[in-house]
Design a protein around this ligand. Structure first.
Ligand SMILES: *Cc1c(COP(=O)(O)O)cnc(C)c1O
Length: 395
């Protein structure tokens, strides 16, 4: 699949008018002040107190908003804090419909916190099954939570289709756009009301910050979000806002490289006899490849594969990797491998995991910006150390 033309390269660099008019600095300074002197007696000013608004955060928020095609963005201390802000928009005892296989932290927030503190009830459904979705709608359904591509099996949701249904039933939609990023698609332009992001991943892009954001193009939601954010105070610090804004500038070049590397890695893995299954929306073998071509600019920069080997050999494979590091998270410039069963899905039992298709030998690769020949050589050489479960050695 070829990467399609894109229009956000320039936006990512220039969005949010980031220069500093006070000093003519080319880039927004890190303003750590908690409070701002009020020269206009009792008339207020641009900034008063940094929980409410801060110059560094504001520059970053306007850039985020422009990037996602919104009218308002609020930058939070983490992706989870961003999701919590969205939850705070819902009245007590609301019902949510969420894509099955949502991010583990999202599931925990819904089930282990909101279910008890706010009486939230949640139905997890395959959002691509329109009948099931419509049948799950209740009188108190207030939100459809879309995650696409999902983690780690990279299932896609047809955003436009779901948003059409949600509008008909007057239900708010939020898309967790962390995996795709605005580079691959802009959910607000497809009819979603809210975009939630963990900026710890592709926006930051360098594995050096934790952050999140909520973006909307609906004025009433913007007003409510701003109230909730000021009330809860779960804001991004000026330093984190600076780091993320700096990272965002190279989003286009990073994503271009990461997504094209990912396709090559997926193609390599698919051909390898030790690999049982590859999940990558950019491959024609992916069940939603057509939707991927229509909805996304590329297949993304995450590739998941289930190997055909024992756990012992899986460990040997991971230890044999020289470039890919075994680590949580994704989206950084360096390539990473994640063992879903013990890491992201460690809280589930083996049986629960296998129902959703996460096996003991399933690995999620977050592809970085390295030279693709080096990445493929690294995988190839580590695979040559191990045997298939049938005992064949492909070295
Ligand atoms: C990482 C992640 C989150 C949570 O973000 P944090 O920044 O870790 O709090 C939410 N959704 C998805 C899809 C993620 O990958």
């Amino acid at each position: 699949m070829k990467i399609r033309n894109n229009d956000i390269a320039t936006t990512a660099v220039h969005a949010g008018n980031q220069s500093d008019s006070a000093n003519n600095a080319i880039f927004t300074p890190i303003v750590t002040a908690s409070s701002f002197i009020q020269p206009n007696l009792f008339e207020g000013g641009d900034f008063c107190y940094s929980r409410v608004s801060n110059p560094t955060r504001k520059a970053y928020e306007s850039a985020l908003s422009e990037l996602e095609g919104g009218i308002y963005a609020t930058a939070t201390s983490s992706g989870m804090a961003a999701t919590n802000l969205v939850m705070e928009l819902l009245p007590k005892n609301s019902h949510i419909i969420a894509m099955r296989g949502v991010y583990g932290g999202t599931w925990r927030l819904f089930e282990k916190l909101k279910a008890t503190t706010a009486g939230t009830t949640i139905s997890y459904v395959d959002l691509n099954d329109t009948d099931k979705l419509i049948n799950s709608i209740q009188k108190n359904t207030r939100l459809i939570w879309i995650e696409t591509p999902t983690n780690p099996l990279l299932e896609l949701v047809d955003i436009e289709k779901i948003c059409k249904i949600s509008k008909e039933y007057k239900i708010m939609t939020c898309v967790d756009n962390t995996f795709a990023s605005a580079w691959n698609h802009k959910p607000l332009e497809m009819g979603a009301d809210i975009v939630m992001l963990s900026t710890s991943k592709y926006i930051g892009g360098h594995s050096d910050l934790i952050g999140g954001a909520v973006i909307t193009n609906v004025p009433e939601i913007a007003k409510d979000l701003d109230f909730v954010k000021t009330t809860l105070g779960s804001i991004a610090s000026p330093f984190d806002a600076y780091l993320a804004l700096r990272g965002m500038k190279t989003l286009d070049v990073r994503m271009q490289r990461q997504c094209s590397n990912a396709l090559l890695v997926a193609e390599f893995l698919e051909m390898h006899p030790l690999v049982k299954n590859v999940y990558y929306p950019g491959l024609p073998s992916h069940p939603q490849h057509k939707l991927c071509k229509r909805q996304m600019r590329s297949g993304g920069a995450v590739v998941t594969a289930t190997l055909n080997c024992t756990i012992e050999d899986l460990k040997k494979f991971i230890s044999g990797l020289r470039l890919f590091v075994l680590a949580e998270s994704l989206g950084g410039v360096e390539s990473m491998v994640n063992h879903s069963a013990s890491m992201s899905h460690g809280a589930m039992t083996k049986a629960e995991r296998e129902v959703i298709g996460v096996f003991d030998t399933t690995l999620r690769f977050s592809i970085g910006i390295e030279n693709f020949n080096d990445l493929i050589q690294d995988l190839d050489s580590a695979l040559s150390n191990i045997k298939t479960t049938q005992g064949n050695n492909y070295a």
